[in-house]
Design a protein around this ligand. Structure first.
Ligand SMILES: Nc1ncnc2c1ncn2[C@@H]1O[C@H](COP(=O)(O)OP(=O)(O)O)[C@@H](O)[C@H]1O
Ligand SMILES: [Mg+2]
Length: 258
């Protein structure tokens, strides 16, 4: 068996990866790498396995009791599929943001301080600084600095999503996973998130599932096209959207199905 090590700027190396929900073979022989400080977009029609794939990168997929995995996903010199992995540590390094901004029903401040507190940070001055810096990083500070103790659920949808990104970033992860982060947002809030994601890639490796192909084309460096559990094609985003090599990719990006 060939040994894989995380080399160069590859953050994840996915090798012959398979996932089953019970009998249902949801991801089939997936092979590709996700590179540091790039945005990787995952596209494909509903049910093709996008969410399953992204939830595998922080092993959230294991919350489903019937799930079975095989193959390798190398991250930080471990095969997270087969090695014993400290899930708390893994999720500290790999933050996740979901489709619908889902702030906790707590204050804006407490949402951002949540992760650092879980990891044992109690000093108010340090938490204050993390909250301020992280809210600045997601371009929300100017809008909320005078009401940090107000309920997070009082924010607009776009602000809630930026707050969720702040919550994910507050533990200083390496990787940010986003599952359709703008699908519930209006076009202006969507654009703000896209600008933010482009800023964040200086400091983070980002994997983003998107239903919106223009979004993938606008923000990502690499695009992976999934179809019925298979990775049909992965390449530089410009190539995928101009000269894809597989007919099915071409059909999908030109809107012939999906
Ligand atoms: N918890 C689960 N249990 C069983 N099957 C699931 C579960 N989650 C997803 N699936 C199935 O796996 C396939 C991929 O789903 P999903 O990853 O959610 O696709 P996508 O995000 O691309 O819409 C679908 O056929 C879906 O029905
Ligand atoms: Mg999904």
């Amino acid at each position: 068996m060939e040994t894989l090590t995380a080399v160069g700027n590859e953050v994840f190396q996915v090798k012959d990866f398979n996932l089953w929900y019970g009998e249902h073979h949801a991801l089939k022989d997936i092979n590709f790498s996700i590179r540091q400080n790039e945005i990787t977009a995952i596209i494909g029609p509903s049910g093709c396995g996008k969410s399953t794939f992204i939830k595998t990168l922080n092993l959230m997929c294991k919350m489903v009791p019937s799930v079975k995995l095989s193959g390798a996903i190398m991250y930080d010199q471990q095969n997270i599929v087969t090695d014993k992995v400290d899930l708390v540590e893994l999720r500290k390094k790999i933050g996740m943001v979901f489709q619908k901004g889902n702030p906790f029903p707590q204050s804006i401040y407490d949402n951002v301080a949540y992760g650092p507190r879980i990891h044992g940070m109690k000093k108010k001055a340090v938490l204050d600084e993390i909250v301020e810096q992280t809210l600045k990083d997601v371009a929300l500070w100017d809008e909320v600095h005078d009401r940090l103790s107000a309920p997070a659920l009082g924010l607009s949808g776009g602000q809630q999503q930026r707050l969720c990104i702040a919550r994910a970033l507050a533990t200083k992860p390496d990787v940010l996973l986003m599952d359709e982060p703008t699908s519930a947002l209006d076009p202006i809030s969507t654009l703000k998130i896209e600008e933010l994601v482009l800023q964040l890639k200086k400091d983070y490796t980002i994997v983003m599932v998107t239903h919106n192909m223009q979004q993938a084309a606008r923000v990502s460096d690499q695009t992976a096209f999934f179809l019925m559990g298979e990775l049909i094609e992965v390449d530089h985003t410009l190539t995928i959207f101009s000269t894809p090599s597989d007919k099915r990719t071409e059909d999908y990006i030109s809107g012939r199905f999906g």
